[in-house]
Design a protein around this ligand. Structure first.
Ligand code: SF4
Length: 59
């Protein structure tokens, strides 16, 4: 499974980067996936659940 962020929906709250800093990074108030291969070692499902606007999808 790999996380994908919908940039249109992201409001830059930072929850995902706080939960999985190896996977998500905020740039200009948008979240970007910087560590696709790190998802296995962090809580990507927690990041999905913690996103207030459901902008993260695991594919
Ligand atoms: S938790 Fe959702 S809204 Fe917040 S920065 Fe991450 S992707 Fe964006």
């Amino acid at each position: 499974m790999q996380p994908v962020v919908d940039q249109e929906l992201c409001i830059g709250c930072g929850n995902c980067a706080e939960i999985c800093p190896e996977v998500f990074e905020l740039q200009d108030d948008k979240s970007f996936v910087i560590g696709l291969d790190k998802c296995a070692t962090c809580d990507c499902e927690g990041a999905v659940a913690g996103c207030p606007v459901s902008a993260i999808e695991l594919r």
